[in-house]
Design a protein around this ligand. Structure first.
Ligand SMILES: [Zn+2]
Length: 437
């Protein structure tokens, strides 16, 4: 059942409120500036860090192909110990199949190549998009390499000099970097078939290994990261997206003893949470017809539109909103079933129980704030590994009045501050490439 069917009975007042929120979030998203992570988190202990990284890795591997989606996962310690999964709305049939297959592979100690094959089949469309975008700016990267003054072998590849023990001396540093680029170019252009073969897995492994070597080189750190050119920024962005999958698989493989401690039996017990959640703002929401019209709702006499050339053509006058996975997980799990059983060891040390939540990408600004407010209202300290601080226009009100209100009450002042910064010349406007609607 789609989430939209579940929410077709949204009241006029919720729709109007969601429309206002989405409009302001879209303005912030188009201005392209992160508004920052709202929560101030103390450092985690070693085991909590490992648990959270493992949960993040599981979420990345189970992401699949739905555009703009997120997977979130937590560990419910009430017996039987269970991994609880969520996406932006109810899971689809493929999610259930995929998680069964994935956890069977993990529990059977499958090697990383088998997990990579699973990810390539499960997330083929997303991987193809990322690979295509990675290949596009590569000629610019060759150009930057040509003018790069390579440093010594050990300084260039501090994390991989052991790997090149036999090659060093016979091949120059620049040639090795060029070889990495050649490999990325060759494999990134190759479209993945619907069902991958051994040769596709080998090619992907090669792409990920050479990508990791290039990414940790001094050339990447000192030239690509420092470059303000769009092709270099885009190349690193797409490469980092691909490497997330590799790092997640490697972390799961190397953390198997840690995982088996939680699940010593023959299965990794898991389930997906399902709605419905009543009174959310998830729907297709109509907004102002133009970016200028939306701004004029905040500043009625505003005409100084020349600051916003890049944003004018990217305005969407209609948005499909969704309850993000982080919130969907908390509500469906804690309000539609027994509350999470806290870890007794953690209760000894903390007045508010800590509940870790992994996700396939950092939490957005509104989810971060929502999680923080939830802690105040329900006395459970949910914690994600990171937040990117960006606002997303598709963020839906969760239907819990007091928390929703606390989250969205901050948004208008952010919009006003950003508009003032830009129009007064104290901030640079974003360009097309930074826009996240
Ligand atoms: Zn979010």
């Amino acid at each position: 059942m789609s989430q939209h069917l579940l929410t077709s009975s949204m009241s006029e007042s919720t729709l109007s409120r969601q429309s206002d929120v989405s409009e302001q979030l879209q303005i912030l998203a188009l201005l392209g500036h992160p508004v920052g992570r709202c929560a101030d988190f103390p450092p985690l202990g070693r085991d909590d860090e490992r648990e959270l990284k493992l949960l993040d890795s599981v979420a990345i591997c189970l992401l699949g192909n739905i555009p703009g989606d997120i997977v979130a996962v937590t560990l419910d310690r009430s017996p039987p110990l269970t991994l609880v999964l969520a996406r932006n709305g109810n899971p689809i049939h493929e999610d259930l199949q995929a998680s069964n297959e994935f956890f069977r592979l993990v529990k059977s100690d499958a090697p990383s190549a088998k997990l990579l094959r699973f990810v390539m089949n499960h997330s083929s469309a997303k991987l193809n998009t990322t690979r295509r975008k990675l290949a596009l700016p590569i000629d610019t990267i060759y150009g930057l390499l040509e003018s790069y003054e390579a440093v010594s072998f050990d300084d260039e590849f501090p994390m991989h000099n052991e790997m090149f023990r036999e090659t060093r001396g016979s091949v120059g540093v620049r040639e090795l970097l060029k070889g990495c680029l050649d490999s990325i170019k060759l494999h990134a252009c190759h479209e993945l078939p619907e069902t991958v073969a051994d040769s596709d897995v080998d090619a992907m492994s090669c792409l990920l290994i050479t990508g990791r070597i290039l990414r940790s080189s001094t050339f990447s750190k000192s030239v690509l990261e420092a470059s303000l050119q769009y092709p270099a920024i885009e190349f690193l962005k797409q490469l980092d997206k691909l490497l997330l999958y590799r790092d997640a698989i490697n972390y799961i493989v190397t953390s198997k003893p840690f995982l088996h401690r939680f699940f010593p039996g023959d299965k990794i017990v898991h389930r997906w949470v399902e709605g419905p959640i009543e009174s959310t703002g998830a729907n297709t929401v109509g907004l102002s017809k133009t970016f200028l019209g939306a701004i004029q709702k905040r500043v009625p006499k505003f005409q100084d539109i020349h600051h916003f050339d890049a944003q004018l053509n990217n305005w969407q006058d209609s948005i499909v909103t969704l309850v993000h996975a982080h919130i969907w997980l908390i509500i469906c799990h804690t309000l539609h079933s027994n509350a999470l059983a806290p870890d007794p060891m953690k209760l000894k040390h903390r007045s508010i129980p800590l509940q870790l939540m992994g996700s396939s990408e950092p939490s957005c600004r509104c989810c971060d704030r929502w999680i923080m407010e939830y802690r105040e209202h329900h006395n459970v300290h949910w914690r994600t590994s990171s937040g990117h601080g960006m606002a997303y226009a598709n963020w839906a009100l969760a239907g819990i009045g007091a928390i929703d209100t606390a989250v969205v009450s901050h948004i208008p002042s952010f919009v006003d501050e950003k508009l003032l910064e830009i129009t007064s010349g104290s901030s640079t406007t974003s360009n097309d490439e930074n826009i996240h609607v």
